[in-house]
Design a protein around this ligand. Structure first.
Ligand SMILES: [Mg+2]
Length: 255
């Protein structure tokens, strides 16, 4: 904590958080997460005392993020960097039309896989697809992954990426979390320091983009990672944010 406060005091920072598995605990289903009121309160406090808006950078759709995070000043970036809400204005990075057509073409085959693998589900997030397997018998995970890989390899504009108990089907040439971090800092590359928190493979792009000057923190035990620091659990990160919020409310500093 003292190292963090020292680094935070050196120059203005911009906080960038992944959501699931980072700020909130993973749940059996993406709709089943629990969002502690204290987390929203602490994020709001940090936002009020920060020179740059807090950023939530997630694989979820923007609509999903807005539903769970009732803080209008926070920058929300959904679909791994494809959908942005900055200061109330929403923009979309235009998707690759061929990838969009391929995603649509997967509807039937994915329904077929969902019916074959008990308790699996898939989610159309408009620009990407998540295939969830947290509730699927673990012995079937490998086969499910192989079947998905076979489906996706027929579509040259799509890629399959692993995530937390889930596979992401994404445009091969679409936005990544690393692109999003680069866009955030394009206009002020040296005057503000990124502080990036994440837990899964898709966050590695963001760590890489931020590592030159940034503070990068992985949540949990997944390794290897490009992050320089680690925090054991989302609850531990929430506790750190509580301490930062209390420090800011005490009037001792600003970020
Ligand atoms: Mg995550």
């Amino acid at each position: 904590m003292s190292t963090l406060l020292r680094l935070l005091a050196e120059k203005p920072v911009q906080w960038i958080f992944d959501w699931d598995g980072t700020l909130v605990d993973l749940a059996d289903h993406p709709r089943a997460i629990r969002v502690p009121a204290s987390l929203i309160r602490d994020l709001g406090t940090i936002q009020e005392h920060s020179s740059y808006p807090l950023v939530i950078l997630s694989g979820r759709s923007l609509a999903d993020l807005e539903e769970f995070i009732p803080l209008s000043d926070i920058t929300l970036i959904g679909n791994h960097g494809a959908q942005w809400r900055v200061g109330g204005a929403k923009t979309v990075i235009p998707p690759d039309p061929q990838a969009q057509a391929s995603l649509k073409a997967l509807t039937e085959p994915l329904n077929g896989l969902r019916d074959r693998f008990r308790k699996s589900s898939w989610e159309d997030k408009q620009f990407t697809i998540s295939f969830h397997m947290r509730q699927v018998d673990r012995r079937q995970w490998k086969e499910l992954g192989e079947q998905l890989a076979r489906l996706v390899e027929d579509h040259t504009h799509l890629q399959l990426r692993p995530a937390d108990a889930c596979w992401e089907i994404r445009p091969k040439y679409g936005a990544t979390k690393g692109d999003a971090v680069q866009m955030l800092f394009r206009d002020h590359p040296n005057s503000v320091r990124p502080v990036v928190f994440g837990d899964d493979w898709t966050d590695e792009d963001a760590f890489e983009a931020a590592n030159q000057d940034g503070i990068t923190v992985i949540i949990g035990s997944r390794r290897p990672t490009r992050a320089r620091y680690h925090v054991a659990t989302p609850a531990d990160l929430r506790e750190i944010l509580s301490q930062v919020a209390r420090f800011l409310l005490s009037g001792q500093g600003r970020l």
